[in-house]
Design a protein around this ligand. Structure first.
Ligand SMILES: NC(=O)c1ccc[n+]([C@@H]2O[C@H](COP(=O)([O-])OP(=O)(O)OC[C@H]3O[C@@H](n4cnc5c(N)ncnc54)[C@H](OP(=O)(O)O)[C@@H]3O)[C@@H](O)[C@H]2O)c1
Length: 239
């Protein structure tokens, strides 16, 4: 194995598809609460909404990155949740706080730890954080999620500029489009009182217009091999 791949949210949806479609030379590590149950994937059972877990995982990044003479190291942060969907001031307090920690704080902390871990490596290095169109559009009922993705995109565009100046890690925020995963099922199951635009997502599903997670993953891997893709903020629907 010459390529180290670490994927959060590897147990389901897009993260799982990214692990499943990884190049053959990958040593694959998945981080999530449940086991992806994919042959050859090393699973780290972690609740990423718990800040106490972030430091331990960062230490694990340090260990993994220096465990072999990798020729390429890739981190894909796909873990995330829309829950609790609903208006701010109305949703459950603890669930809202967990959402802030998982979607807004965790990506920035782990991505920083990844950059620190690979800083002294002189090999191909890539950092991908999954974003969303919600970073730039108001969806009432998704305020925390949208704010978190906006934070991710600002962080990525700034850090990509830093890495261009020194560091050399390719840093990307990737919005995948509307993808047929558990996250979309959660949206469709939500009452219009909590998510007024729910009918649009039910229609997209009924019309068969959701992207397939395996197709999204294939386009993500192709993006990483595209030397002309220089913008750090990527909408996969445009590719
Ligand atoms: N699907 C879409 O249409 C869509 C659109 C735009 C952006 N995105 C983004 O794409 C990424 C992946 O979404 P998806 O649709 O694939 O979601 P998904 O199918 O719901 O999967 C979410 C993944 O995140 C993990 N996760 C959730 N909470 C976690 C926690 N507390 N600790 C650790 N892992 C946790 C889940 O694993 P466990 O439950 O096992 O912990 C699972 O592997 C997300 O960042 C999402 O915002 C998705």
């Amino acid at each position: 194995m010459s390529h180290l791949l670490i994927v959060t949210g590897g147990s389901a949806g897009i993260g799982r598809a990214v692990l499943a479609a990884a190049p053959d030379d990958c040593y694959r590590v998945g981080v999530s609460r449940t086991d992806p149950d994919l042959p050859g994937v090393v699973h780290h059972a972690t609740d990423l909404a718990d800040p106490a877990a972030w430091s331990a995982l960062g230490d694990e990044f340090d260990r993994l990155v220096h465990a072999d003479d990798w020729t390429r190291v890739t981190f894909v942060h796909a873990a995330g949740t829309l829950a609790p969907i609903g208006f701010q001031g109305e949703v459950d307090h603890d669930a809202q706080a967990a959402n802030v920690l998982l979607d807004a704080a965790c990506p920035l902390v782990l991505a920083h730890r990844f950059l620190a871990a690979v800083r002294d490596l002189d090999v191909r290095r890539e950092l991908v954080v999954l974003s969303s169109g919600a970073a730039r559009t108001d969806y009432p009922g998704w305020a925390t999620y949208g704010a978190a993705k906006a934070a991710v995109e600002r962080w990525v565009s700034t850090v990509a500029a830093e890495q261009a100046e020194r560091g050399g890690v390719r840093v990307l925020a990737v919005a995948p489009g509307v993808v047929a995963t558990g996250m979309q099922a959660l949206i469709r199951d939500t009452d219009a009182h909590d998510f007024p635009r729910v009918e649009r997502f039910r229609s997209l599903h009924a019309e068969g217009r959701l992207a397939d997670a395996d197709d999204v993953s294939a386009r993500l891997w192709a993006l990483l091999d595209d030397p002309d893709a220089t913008d750090p903020l990527v909408d996969l629907r445009q590719r």
